[in-house]
Ligand binder design. Structure first.
Ligand SMILES: [Zn+2]
Length: 341
């Protein structure tokens, strides 16, 4: 038996994989359609979302019809066990969403708020959060809402599940997706308290991709890369104070993240609907800081300023802010960690 097992392991070779990651999309309009055309044009093996999948209006939001408008009409070909009206769906599920505040119905008051979402998608595990192996990438999709029954703090049942699942994985790359980011320089800003500030690096996670803020940002902090990827089609929003470790910021156009991964390397790009490559960072399967990363970026960011704003500009000086220089998009405004709105 051991011989068979070792033979299986020695011949196991994870196929290269291409993954599109979209966030804050789900609106029935041309902007979300352009992002859908962009990512489908990449011929991805999988599409991963970082939440707020249903941005439909009024009575539709949080319903089957809302998900059809926000998701099904664009991405039905990737959805397994698809029950909607936009084709037959995919034989094997290739669509891996995370729930956001809008998917929960904009509130934590309704414990059944996520039921239509859970019925629409067929996902592993508890479905609200789950793990799936996508070639060399082990994806851990989290539910970052405070109303998650298994909790969403670093000592919650959900977090301890992540710790143990990541420890059991031999994947070259371990990627977490979550709607709320641990840190963000965007309008919503850093999640309140330590809500999503889990010890990701300690647990072997290479990369955390989140949304909620309608911008693109890459942060290196506590030995992990955090990407905010919320330009999937909704209104683009301004940045506020730069947080410590902020490496790149962009909000000038809609777009999405593309991941190309092999056994040895994972390349993450942010590409716009106009075809512009705004950011690219390369991770090695051996771990360590991805390239390029400036370990000193944003040293004087808002979190080092005793909560004061107005130090955001200096935080950017000397950092490799190709995107900031490109767009001049930093706006000093009041920090508003209103993460649930
Ligand atoms: Zn949100």
């Amino acid at each position: 038996m051991w011989l068979v097992l070792s033979l299986l392991l020695s011949t196991a070779h994870a196929e290269d994989v291409r993954i599109a990651v979209i966030g804050d999309y789900g609106d029935d309009d041309d902007d979300s359609r352009e992002v859908a055309d962009l990512v489908i044009g990449w011929s991805p093996d999988h599409i991963v979302t970082v939440g707020d999948n249903d941005y439909s209006d009024g009575a539709y939001r949080g319903t089957f019809e809302g998900l059809e408008l926000g998701v099904g009409q664009f991405y039905a070909d990737f959805i397994g066990d698809y029950q909607g009206e936009h084709g037959a769906g995919s034989d094997d599920n290739r669509f891996w969403p995370a729930p956001g505040d809008h998917d929960w119905g904009d509130t934590c008051d309704d414990p059944e708020g996520l039921d239509d979402y859970l019925a629409y998608f067929t996902l592993p595990g508890k479905e609200r959060y789950y793990e799936v192996r996508l070639g060399p990438v082990h994806l851990f999709s989290l539910d970052s809402m405070e109303c998650e029954p298994d909790g969403a703090t670093a000592d919650s049942v959900q977090a301890l599940w992540l710790r143990d699942a990541a420890a059991a994985s031999d994947a070259p790359f371990k990627v977490v997706t979550s709607h709320h980011p641990p840190w963000s320089s965007g309008e919503h800003g850093t999640s309140d308290g330590e809500h999503m500030q889990w010890p990701f690096a300690e647990w072997g996670i290479d990369l955390v991709i989140a949304g909620h803020d309608h911008d693109y940002e890459r942060i290196w902090r506590d030995d992990v890369t955090v990407v905010v990827n919320g330009l999937g089609g909704l209104d683009r929003r301004d940045f506020e104070c730069a947080v410590q470790g902020s490496q790149a910021q962009f909000n000038e156009a809609h777009g999405a993240v593309r991941i190309d991964a092999s056994d040895t390397e994972l390349v993450l790009r942010f590409l716009t609907v106009d075809g512009d490559e705004i950011d690219m960072v390369t991770f090695s399967a051996e771990g360590g800081m991805p390239s390029p990363t400036d370990p000193d970026a944003g040293e004087t960011g808002v979190d080092a300023c005793a909560g004061g704003c107005g130090c955001d500009s200096s935080a950017l000086a000397g950092a490799p802010f190709l995107l900031a220089a490109l767009a001049g998009l930093f706006v000093a405004r009041r920090q508003r960690p209103d993460w649930l709105s």
